[in-house]
Design a protein around this ligand. Sequence first.
Ligand SMILES: [Zn+2]
Length: 88
Amino acid sequence: MYYVPDDTKKAGYYECLACHERFLDVRIAPRLVCPYCGVEPDMELGPDDEMPDVKEDAFLIETVEGEDVERYDTLLSLAITGGDYLWI
Ligand SMILES: [Zn+2]
């Protein structure tokens, strides 16, 4: 497993509109902050601090469950390495 922990039963498959990265996340939501180009909100901010502009550019493409989680994880991992797995 690359994106999600082993034995993950359900995950969201996302694509970022800004940087076009595709990834899996155990969080299921219509939109997420992109882990590659987005900035997670700083939870340390007090109520008087200005809220940062959070861009949720990653959109849920589909929800994958069961064995598909591992299959998607493997496919996405291969995509990162260019699909060249002959060196293994
Ligand atoms: Zn992105």
